[in-house]
Design a protein around this ligand. Structure first.
Ligand SMILES: *Cc1c(COP(=O)(O)O)cnc(C)c1O
Length: 416
């Protein structure tokens, strides 16, 4: 795997993006983590241990499925999906948390902490902590705690303590601050499990490394099934971890086009979406420990973001992907909520699969582009997760009156 670094090859920089901007007190902890990750990366027994864990616990390898009906319906390219939705806990997030669990064990840590917005990463981290026997604290904005009752319920029943953060706007940004505060206080025995390929070095590279299992498998599987490499690979991009995961299987293949699909929300314009690169509403800045494109105003204050998919609703983006974008190694597009709503219904009805709303952004872009391609061309989509968790949002979005009524009743029964 060859990640493109800056000319001077400053550690943790990709072009001018990335780096490590943390309070000085965390220097020794982050150094310790960097050192441990470097050791593991160069130790083939570590990768073997990681793979065995995922095979026996999470159901890897996940299959690649030929979406024959959807391909026929669109009348263009042949479409395949890498099925990360079939992982334990329902998405690719388990790959990263299990990897970081192994690192935390090597580091002799007893306790893990994480921050979560939609709750999916908190759920995966609480699962990992239960399996490894770590104490676990999950920070979540109080507004998100109220919005994501089912995930909070499961995290608590998996043995994690969920802290509802009451500062600021009481959402993800405030949870991140609180989680960092905990890390500073308890760094000796605590590992901070970052949920996506963002934040200070080594997290963008480390999370990408654990997610690279997706691309390694997918490359082999598609060549096995089709007899050649795909022409295009699509992945949705929140922080960028599932995209980095699948793209890494094809970085050295010049003829494979990589396409990142961001959350276009209501369409272009500040505050209306969560697209950092496809729309031109973001700019370069330093926040949350690293340098990248952020959705921010001229004063460096972060903008409100919107997406139908909570997992894509994030202000920053992986610095490796930004560097690849500048070097024209990856194309960025954005799918709007409306496109996603339509795409989800089409995919469900033609193929009987229910992709997560996040993953459906990649499907939506493919639905636009596949009909323009020849029948002999091959598309691979990373289906990053399953849509079960989205039942309330989807029922609301497709305006299903029967389900809306049913869900309202259930919410009362569950005391939400
Ligand atoms: C969290 C999540 C994402 C977005 O995160 P990335 O780091 O960009 O992959 C995408 N899909 C699913 C199913 C998720 O849960």
């Amino acid at each position: 795997m060859s990640l493109v670094k800056s000319a001077e090859d400053r550690e943790g920089y990709y072009g001018e993006y990335g780096g490590c901007f943390l309070p000085e007190i965390l220097t020794s902890t982050i150094e310790e983590l960097r050192h441990c990750f470097d050791e593991c990366k160069n130790d083939p027994t570590f990768w073997a241990e990681f793979i065995a864990l995922l095979q026996n616990y999470s159901g890897r390898p996940t299959p690649v499925t030929y979406l024959e009906n959807l391909s026929k319906h669109l009348g263009g390219a042949q479409i395949y999906a890498k099925r990360e939705d079939l992982n334990h806990t329902g998405s690719h997030k388990i790959n990263n948390v299990m990897g970081q669990g192994l690192l935390a064990k090597r580091l002799g840590k007893k306790r893990v902490i994480a921050e979560t917005g939609a709750g999916q990463h908190g759920f995966a981290t609480a699962t990992m902590a239960a399996r490894f026997g770590f104490d676990c604290k999950i920070y979540m904005g109080a507004v998100d705690v109220a919005r994501q009752r089912p995930n909070v319920f499961w995290m608590e029943n998996l043995g994690a303590e969920v802290i509802a953060v009451q500062d600021g706007q009481r959402t993800l940004k405030d949870a991140i601050n609180e989680c960092l505060r905990d890390w500073v206080t308890n760094m000796a025995d605590t590992h901070y499990v970052l949920g996506t390929a963002c934040g200070p070095h080594p997290f963008p590279e480390m999370v990408s490394y654990f997610q690279s299992v997706i691309g390694r498998e997918a490359r082999e599987q598609i060549v096995d099934q089709v007899g050649r490499l795909p022409d295009k690979v699509y992945a949705c991009v929140g922080g960028g971890s599932n995209a980095m995961g699948i793209f890494q299987g094809f970085l050295d293949d010049k003829d494979v086009e990589l396409v990142g699909c961001e959350a276009g929300g209501y369409g272009p314009g500040p505050g209306r979406h969560a697209s950092r690169l496809a729309y031109k509403d973001a700019s370069v800045g330093v926040a949350q420990g690293f340098k990248t494109y952020f959705l921010q105003n001229d004063d460096g204050n972060m903008l409100e973001t919107h997406s139908i998919a909570a997992g894509l609703d994030y202000i920053g983006v992986n610095p490796i992907l930004v560097n690849m974008w500048e070097n024209e190694q990856v194309r960025f597009e954005a799918a709007t909520d409306d496109m996603v709503r339509e795409a989800l219904q089409l995919v469900m009805r033609t193929e009987g699969v229910i992709p997560a709303l996040e993953s459906t952004h990649a499907f939506a872009q493919v639905i636009l582009e596949a009909p323009l391609l020849g029948k002999d061309e091959v598309i691979l989509i990373n289906q990053s997760g399953r849509g079960d968790k989205d039942i309330f949002t989807v029922a609301d979005a497709i305006d299903d009156k029967h389900w809306k009524e049913f869900i309202k009743q259930k919410a009362v029964e569950y005391g939400a």
